[in-house]
Design a protein around this ligand. Sequence first.
Ligand code: UT7
Length: 355
Amino acid sequence: MVHAGVTGWGKCLPPAVLSNADLATFLDTSDEWISSRTGIHERRISHVGLTELARVAAQRALAAANLDPAALELIVFGTTSFDDQAPNQASGLQQQLGAVRAAAMDVNTACTSFLYAWSTANALIRTGVVRNALVVGGEVISRFMDWNNRNVAVLFGDGCAALVLEACDRDEGLLGEKLGCDVGGRDALVIQGMGSRYADFERRYGVTNWIFDGQEIFRRAVIGMSQASVEVLAAHGISGDQLDLIVPHQANLRIIEAVAKRLDMPMERVFVNLQHYGNMSAATVPVALVEAVEAGRIKPGALLLLPAFGAGLTWCAHLVRWGARTVPLRESDACLPPAPHTALELVQALIRQRC
Ligand code: UT7
């Protein structure tokens, strides 16, 4: 049976850092409130578009796998904040990479988009349609943020990361997943202003209004992530103590702690990096995975659980066996142009544009 092992990984975080104190200069909030309620201390604001962030992350991932972009057969891009709706985000990245042979598709399930994209690429490799794939999770959510709404503006950030998957005969990569959508919670998180219903002269596409019931999302997220985890573990006969690391969606430290408690997992075996980045939606899990590898928290052959939730309310849990290699085959020198403005200046410009 063909498997789809992870052979490359790379991330790209925009350099401009927006602190909680920066947010408190224009919102009625405080570092104390944000830190204690969410665990978030700072987040990144991108000075470039999503295609550019993804190009750097992808070039780093391809170098780590030592895979020529021209040999790439598929790009699956998980995002909700694409640069263009048509042509899609994946083909924009394909063009930048020179991946001329690749098929290119986007997947949008909000914060779970990267994991659903991984499921898609995994299935296409395991059924022999393609032999390799680049799976990307990236967002420039700052451009769609309602920066006047403290309920949401303090929670999110920009970023991108990518994995290379290649067909192999070892039992590794995505071993199994549980996917679902708690549609009863669909109205708890709606970003008005991002769809075709807003493409008229009265309303301005991209000028968003976030409908956001934090407590309802919180409650449903804990249930969805925990149940998906329990089901995927049971389906594969895996007990919690066999897991080496949980790499969850990073929305709120309290959500992560509640899920770990339900799964009876000590926090020492849970990877958390949301203090630095906030919720990067589709980018959270792949950035966390890349950082866990870089920090030596993922050893060769490690067994990983990746639970996540997002608007919809989509939920999922992925069971992954990392391969034998945790060191890149090559390093890429790809990088972003320097940011000409501070994060606060970038946000202030976005606020002015909304007026
Ligand atoms: O990936 C999907 C994205 N969605 C999520 O991750 C949302 C999940 N939910 C959460 O993370 C939490 O529910 C929040 C962090 C959003 C809120 O935490 P909470 O402990 O549920 O707070 P709350 O909504 O109950 O609000 C408590 C108080 C309210 O004031 P009153 O009514 O008690 O006077 C809010 O108005 O905190 C107030 N508040 C704030 N205060 C300062 C809400 N946002 C802020 C803020 N700064 N940024």
